[in-house]
Write a protein that binds this ligand. Structure first.
Ligand SMILES: C[S@@+](CC[C@H](N)C(=O)[O-])C[C@H]1O[C@@H](n2cnc3c(N)ncnc32)[C@H](O)[C@@H]1O
Length: 195
């Protein structure tokens, strides 16, 4: 078992939802910009965002390495009366099916080498919504990962998606969901095939 899996299974193994049941505020605010259809939620955790997408009419595939997390996804989906397809996968190995998705959501999971696969996984006109921590977050003392590689540098997320049409981008310190966080948030559209 990978160390990541062990760590997250431990965190998600408790009865309460470690990351809450409410969707990410950026996703909630911009849901109307996102094209309905087939969605992939990368590293879904306990499914707060996957379930929200399903409630808004998306057909959602939710992937994560934590079995305990995926059990919570099913539980939350049952509670809210929606269906989610869950897949226990290691995203370091996983091949996203090409040109399959109208929307790919990536919240608080940073693997730079997956960015080209995310783009390939989108249909032309499909969108990606992405949010994760900036390096500045470490100074705030409000939680988050330990290793530097999991933080974005200034404008990095923008650069990673520069071959897509950027529909929304922000970077900074925001107070959302009751705590301060330094993040970059992006919505981008795939405008050409073959990237
Ligand atoms: C900070 S949580 C974010 C969860 C969710 N996206 C959210 O915003 O609520 C990070 C997630 O990444 C998952 N994860 C870590 N390494 C992974 C890997 N190699 N493959 C798939 N998922 C992984 C963890 O199990 C955990 O659910």
């Amino acid at each position: 078992m990978k160390a990541d899996q062990k760590r997250w299974d431990k965190r998600f193994g408790r009865k309460e939802f470690a990351l809450g049941k409410e969707p990410n505020p950026f996703l909630k605010k911009h849901i109307r910009l996102l094209p309905k259809g087939k969605a992939l939620d990368m590293a879904t955790g306990e499914g707060r965002n996957a379930v929200f997408l399903a409630q808004h009419g998306f057909e959602v595939n939710a992937v994560d390495i934590s079995e305990k997390g995926l059990k919570k996804v099913k539980k939350l989906a049952r509670e809210k009366g929606v269906k989610i397809n869950t897949f226990l996968v290691d995203l370091d190995q996983y091949q996203i099916e090409k040109e399959r998705y109208d929307l790919i959501a990536n919240f608080y999971f940073l693997r730079r080498r997956l960015i080209p696969r995310i783009k390939k996984g989108l249909k032309k006109g499909g969108k990606v919504i992405f949010e994760t921590y900036l390096l500045e977050h470490r100074k705030l003392g409000t939680g988050g990962p330990k290793q530097t590689k999991y933080f974005l540098k200034p404008n990095e997320l923008l650069r990673l998606f520069k071959d897509c049409r950027i529909l929304f981008y922000r970077e900074g310190i925001f107070k959302e969901g009751g705590r301060r966080k330094a993040v970059a948030s992006l919505i981008a559209e795939k405008i050409q095939k073959g990237i």
